[in-house]
Structures are given as structure tokens and as C-alpha cells.
Design a protein around this ligand. Structure first.
Ligand code: IMP
Ligand code: MG
Length: 189
């Protein structure tokens, strides 16, 4: 049985995301990456990575592209802290500047895991770009060099991110309306 698809309230729309991707690309260019390898963390970052890569091309960068599929175990929408490699990168990372791309930085465990893995394989440096960052949720100490947007403490979907495998196709980031009361996303705003 397929569950009914609930309406989604937009948090970050297509235009805002496209504009921010252009800005992020210029920030990344300013970091003067050498022999750049972009490593996108599947599945959640696929759409962000695809748009960010095109933005990197537009600012004159010519990165190679790799994918790592990581699974961070969750109970419902809460991270349990274990990370597993479902698909590894195939390119040589030794001596290269790596741009790790993920959808969202929450506990930080996924990014720390991926960053440690790439550094252990001899990357020259690993910079991190995340579309979203949820402040105050970190279980491990990590900051991303490039952050698209600060995200309120709600479970978001779309633009690659899912809830129970649904909503990844949405071209914007939003919050699922489960019909049990609207969360106050920006209290005091
Ligand atoms: P972390 O390891 O706790 O930082 O979790 C990061 C991963 O959890 C992300 O790569 C997402 O796949 C997933 N995640 C965390 N928060 C959300 C959310 O609000 N919506 C969808 N996925 C999320
Ligand atoms: Mg993820």
C-alpha cells in the first residue's frame, strides 16, 4: 500500500536555491581548490550536487565527480549515530582537494564519517558544502565551510531529501503538512 502524499509547505523555493547555488560556487572558487574532486553523498544530495556542479562550471571550475552512498541509521526522523558505507568512491583521492557535498548537516555524524574516510585515504584537504544546516543539533564537532541555508529545527523534504522515500523529486525544500497542526517554523519572526 502506498501512503498518501501530503501537501508540502515551501521553506526554500527554486529561485532562492538557484541564487544561493551561484553564490556558493563563487565562495568555493575563492577557496582556490586544486585538482578538485567533488564527492556527493547519496542519496539526499543528488539534486543539490547536480545544480552545484553546474554552478561550479559556470564560475570556471572543472571538478571531477564521485559518489559515496552512506546510510545514517534513524529511528523515525532521529539519527541513532551509526553510519554505514553502501557504495564507496572509486577514484583516487590521494593528494587531491575534495569537496564533500551533502544535503543537511544535523548531528554532524555523516559528514564527520565521510571527511575522516577521505582524509584517511590521503586527501590534501576536504572542504564541505551542505545545502542546509540545523544549528544546535550537533552531536560531534564539525562545521561546513559552505552552507546554503540555516534550517529551522523541523524535518524537511524535497530537493533530494525524503520522508519514507517520498518527496525527493520536489524542486524546492519544504515541510510536510501532516494535518496535525502547523509547526511554528520561525517563532518570533
Ligand atoms: P547527521 O548525520 O545527523 O548530520 O544527519 C545528516 C543526514 O540525515 C542527512 O544527510 C539527511 O540524509 C538526514 N536528515 C537529517 N535531517 C533531515 C531532514 O530534516 N529531512 C531529511 N533528511 C534529514
Ligand atoms: Mg543524507
Amino acid at each position: 500500500m502506498t501512503s498518501p502524499v501530503r501537501p508540502v509547505r515551501t521553506l526554500f523555493d527554486e529561485d532562492a536555491i538557484a541564487r544561493r547555488n551561484g553564490e556558493l560556487a563563487r565562495e568555493i572558487l575563492a577557496a582556490a581548490p586544486r585538482d578538485l574532486l567533488v564527492v556527493a553523498v547519496l542519496k539526499g544530495s543528488f539534486m543539490f550536487a547536480a545544480d552545484l556542479l553546474r554552478a561550479l562550471h559556470r564560475v570556471g571550475l572543472a571538478p571531477q565527480v564521485e559518489f559515496v552512498h552512506l546510510s545514517s541509521y534513524r529511528t523515525g526522523t532521529v539519527s541513532t549515530g551509526q553510519v554505514e558505507i553502501l557504495r564507496d568512491v572509486q577514484s583516487e583521492v590521494r593528494g587531491r582537494d575534495v569537496l564533500l557535498v551533502d544535503d543537511i548537516l544535523e548531528s554532524g555524524r555523516t559528514v564527520v564519517f565521510a571527511k575522516d574516510l577521505l582524509m584517511a585515504r590521503g586527501a590534501n584537504r576536504v572542504l564541505t558544502a551542505v545545502l542546509l544546516e540545523k544549528p544546535g543539533k550537533r552531536a560531534v564537532s564539525i562545521d561546513a565551510e559552505f552552507v546554503g541555508f540555516t534550517c529551522p529545527d523541523v524535518f524537511v523534504v524535497g530537493y533530494g531529501m525524503d520522508a519514507a522515500h517520498a518527496y525527493r523529486q520536489l524542486p524546492f525544500v519544504g515541510v510536510v503538512d501532516f494535518g496535525n497542526g502547523e509547526p511554528d517554523l520561525f517563532p518570533g519572526a
